[in-house]
Design a protein around this ligand. Structure first.
Ligand code: DGP
Ligand code: NA
Ligand code: NA
Length: 206
């Protein structure tokens, strides 16, 4: 049996990081072997460049080059992720290919062009997409610090995320008005059938 590959996706400031931490604590409490990979993974050579790009508005990189860096950042750690899955580890991804495509396509790049460097990466067994009905995240603390945290841009990203919803195991989760505990409860319920190990092969993005 292999471990499940679970992606948590969401717009900026939807509580994705808080929820990922809650999830990790729960898996730990239950002694379920697990690992978190947060994309962009900012501590690699490529990740450091991405971090500079995101935090320093003066760091000028064209949209295509930035896109390929984010994709390269996923490819550079994928062998390790696959090995962990084979060993039975549940791997939780905080952002993945869907963010990669949505954030770049929202800038006007072609959707298929955006997907193409990620073709061949394993598809998550389950993707949970945290979102708001309203653009409530724009009023949350910290919003606006980084390059993409602009309300109109987030609306475009949201729209593109929705286009993925038919072609993989995809669970949109509205978080409007829900407490951290309530959202955690919903995420936990969605995960149940994936935690005991899976015997099917991984699919890949194509
Ligand atoms: P986070 O650390 O989860 O807040 O992500 C940082 C920002 O980077 C956030 O605005 C989303 C964006 N982002 C994440 N992954 C990708 C990607 O693959 N491509 C692009 N263009 N943006 C991404
Ligand atoms: Na962010
Ligand atoms: Na975040």
């Amino acid at each position: 049996m292999r471990g499940a590959l679970i992606a948590i996706e969401g717009l900026d400031r939807t509580g994705k990081t808080t929820q990922t931490e809650r999830l990790l604590a729960k898996l730990k409490e239950l002694n379920i072997t697990h690992k978190l990979v947060k994309f962009p993974k900012r501590d690699t050579q490529i990740g450091k460049l991405i971090n500079t790009y995101l935090t320093e508005k003066s760091f000028d990189l064209n949209d295509q080059a930035a896109h390929l860096l984010f994709s390269a950042n996923r490819w550079e750690v994928i062998e390790e992720i696959k090995k962990d899955l084979q060993d039975g580890t549940v791997v939780i991804l905080d952002r993945y290919v869907y963010s990669g495509v949505a954030y770049s396509a929202a800038k006007g790049l072609d959707f298929q062009w955006c997907l193409s460097p990620d073709i061949g990466l394993p598809k998550p067994d389950l993707t949970i997409f945290l979102k708001f009905r309203q653009s409530e995240n724009a009023s949350r603390a910290g919003f606006g610090d980084e390059r993409y945290e602009v309300a109109e841009f987030q609306e475009k990203v949201k729209h593109i995320f929705e286009n993925f919803s038919t072609n993989s195991e995809w669970s949109p989760l509205y978080v409007d008005g829900l407490s951290i505990d309530q959202v955690h409860g919903k995420i936990w319920a969605l995960l149940q059938k994936y935690l005991g190990g899976l015997d099917n092969g991984l699919q890949v993005f194509s």
